[in-house]
Ligand binder design. Structure first.
Ligand code: GDP
Length: 365
């Protein structure tokens, strides 16, 4: 899962990104992740893993991970190719969701590119660049489709849909605000529009305000109101605190958060919101070698889930011996006794995976 961090200069993106890379997951565990300077890989916190590792005396514990791309440098005029504009826009095209950092802290020592703190103007500045870029692409596509529709009547619907999307974009609204049927959504998805990507707004607040989700901060209120119009999530963080605690070990981190009156770090909240936004769940595998979490889309069937581990499992899938994490814990990790109680299910290829399933795949090689 890849998310791209965007935002105007001086809003706290690098501070947050530093926290992400410092908190960084052990890269040895994630050979599939491309480790580049602008990519930060973080482990998805999952308390269940530790319990499994304890039950199975696992040598290794491997959480699932998500990748954050630092897409710095997106400024006004990017869609017109200003600065390195187009390059940044193409980076956004590659991510599954956008994390838009918005400045909600006052600090006269930190210059705001547009003079003063105004999160809605900041959001609209960035969103407009994405909208302009989408419009340009769609106008080209419209011309092509209109031409092709002359000989292929089936394309008429596509032409209409492109026009509808363009109308919305022209009114300054992101494509994600469109109310579309499932079929239309599938077509629009194939356009891979920047302004239709799922988005999380990260409200960066001062250290003093972060407790209670900065409920008295008027900027945060504005961001929440705006996000509602897009069905988007808002996560309140203090990037500075995140940077500080990213250097702590687990105990220190818990202690520090408690002192600050926080139950979770901003980064953990962001990861959780990303999971929700992208409709993701985790299933688990456990044994003496390792206990491990795997990310899948909600709705994934057993063979495809197995395919996340190895393509052989998907290809040669026979069945998935499955138990829920909670049932397994009740039986102290003892599969035999859980089986006697009928709690271990032998699931076939149509089984839709559930969050927290602990699975052993049976397959032909
Ligand atoms: P970027 O340009 O968006 O990457 O912003 P940076 O992360 O480089 O932050 C710009 C400046 O703002 C730096 O001096 C940070 O230390 C400072 N900064 C970031 N977050 C906060 C915050 O929550 N409060 C205050 N007072 N300063 C912050």
């Amino acid at each position: 899962m890849k998310l791209g961090i965007v935002g105007l200069p001086n809003v706290g993106k690098s501070t947050l990104f530093n926290a992400i890379t410092q908190a960084g997951a052990e890269s040895a565990n994630y050979p599939f992740c491309t480790i580049e300077p602008n990519v930060g890989v973080v482990a998805v916190p999952d308390d269940r893993l530790e319990k499994l590792a304890e039950l199975y005396e696992s040598k290794k514990l491997v959480p699932t991970a998500i990748e954050f791309y630092d897409i710095a440098g997106l400024v006004k005029g990017a869609s017109k190719g200003e600065g390195l504009g187009n390059k940044f826009l193409s980076h956004i095209r590659e991510v599954e969701a956008i994390v838009h950092v918005v400045r909600c802290f006052e600090d006269s020592n930190v210059v705001h590119v547009d003079g003063d703190v105004n999160p809605i103007r900041d959001i609209e500045t960035i969103n407009l660049e994405l909208i302009f870029s989408d419009m340009e692409m769609l106008e080209r596509r419209l011309a092509k489709s209109q031409k092709a529709a002359k000989s292929d009547k089936a394309l008429a619907a596509e032409v209409d849909l492109i026009k509808t999307v363009l109308d919305t974009l022209e009114s300054g609204k992101s494509a994600r605000t469109l109310d579309l049927s499932d079929d239309e959504k599938a077509v629009v998805k194939s356009f891979n529009l920047l302004s239709s990507k799922p988005i999380i707004y990260v409200a960066n607040v001062s250290e003093e305000e972060v407790a209670d989700d900065a409920k008295d901060n008027p900027y945060v209120k504005q961001v929440r109101e705006f996000a509602q119009t897009e069905d988007a999530e808002v996560v309140v963080v203090s990037a500075k605190i995140e940077e500080e605690i990213s250097q702590f070990d687990k105990e220190e981190k818990i202690e520090f958060l408690k002192d600050m009156g926080l139950d979770k770090s901003g980064l953990d909240k962001l990861i959780q919101a990303s999971y929700k936004l992208l409709g993701l769940i985790s299933f688990l595998t456990a044994g003496p070698m390792e206990s491990r979490a795997w990310t899948i889309k909600d709705g994934t069937k057993a063979p495809q889930a197995g395919g996340k581990i190895h393509s052989d499992i998907e290809r040669g899938f026979i069945r998935a011996e499955t138990i829920s994490f909670d049932d397994l814990v009740v039986h102290g990790g003892n599969m035999a006794s859980a089986k006697e109680k009928g709690l271990v299910r032998s699931e076939g290829k149509e089984y839709v995976m559930k969050d927290g399933d602990v699975v052993l795949f049976r397959f032909n090689v």
